[in-house]
Design a protein around this ligand. Structure first.
Ligand code: FDM
Length: 212
């Protein structure tokens, strides 16, 4: 009998919602309970494509808006063979941002629609669970200043949130909204509950294809 596959779990959310902290906490908790798990993040800045993206985000280079959108997508596609292999080996992947950030951020720019932005990511491995860490702009402001990278302004993040709201209407994706204004442990417990459910369900199902 083939061994059971791992689950593909994605964390999304606006800046300052605590995605990166919660991804690490989740992977640690899964490992401690005897479930193989690894963290991944997009953009993956370590690849050649990732380095182009990183330099763009750090404002060290400029790239045309369509071009950078396609690079973000290519950065996911180049990791797909690795992701599939790990999932087949029974490893649960906890992913910090995925195609949903890709669509929300580019479509927040003038002249871009959701539909065009989604196209390059159609057919990517479909997450078994996408948790959206929701934080009001007021609570985000209490957590300190935005950083220096591109997109880190409250006006842009507001439009990004609206685009995420549009994406969350899609019932073909298993969206769960998490109240990120709770303390770190409270958020973690919520995330752990949803993840254990997803892991149990996913092990008996084939991996899906996103937006197909
Ligand atoms: N981002 C992230 C995009 O614009 N498109 C994408 O496809 C992805 C995955 O890059 F501002 C944006 C979102 C964020 C930045 O920041 C990455 P972090 O701090 O590395 O998550």
């Amino acid at each position: 009998m083939a061994s059971k596959r791992g689950a593909l779990i994605v964390l999304e959310g606006v800046d300052k919602a605590g995605k990166t902290t919660q991804c690490k906490r989740l992977v640690q908790a899964l490992q401690q309970s005897g479930r193989p798990a690894e963290v991944m993040r997009f953009p993956d800045r370590t690849t050649t494509i990732g380095q182009l993206i990183s330099s763009y985000l750090e404002k060290k280079s400029d790239l045309e808006d369509h071009t950078v959108h396609l690079l973000f997508s290519a950065n996911r596609w180049e990791l797909v063979p690795t992701m599939k292999k790990k999932l087949e080996q029974g490893i649960t992947l906890v992913v910090d941002r995925y195609a949903f950030s890709g669509v929300a951020f580019t479509s927040a720019k003038p002249g871009f629609c959701l539909d065009w932005c989604m196209k390059p990511d159609v057919g990517l491995p479909k997450p078994d669970l996408v948790m959206f860490l929701k934080l009001s702009p007021a609570d985000a402001a209490l957590r300190g200043q935005f950083g220096e990278e591109r997109y880190e302004t409250s006006a842009f993040q507001k439009v990004v949130q609206q685009r995420f709201d549009e994406l969350m209407k899609d019932t073909s994706v298993n969206w769960q909204v998490i109240d990120a204004s709770q303390n770190i442990d409270g958020v973690h417990n919520n995330i752990m509950d949803h993840s254990l459910n997803a892991i149990n369900t996913a092990q008996n199902l084939p991996l899906g294809e996103l937006w197909k």
